[in-house]
Design a protein. Sequence first.
Length: 63
Amino acid sequence: MLALNILVPLALAAVVIVLGLGLYNLMRGGNPNRSQRLMRLRILFQFIAVVLVVAALYIGGRG
């Protein structure tokens, strides 16, 4: 459970950082391919974060 207490905030922070980088690149008129890659990476990080949150809730609810 301690690992999930560390991994969940890290996963959420990764989502926020990649989202910020993607939006920054988009707003400054950067390479559209880079924005697309960052948004795809954001989706991956969101999936990981959701899986970790569900796992934490499942394990926390059993105890």
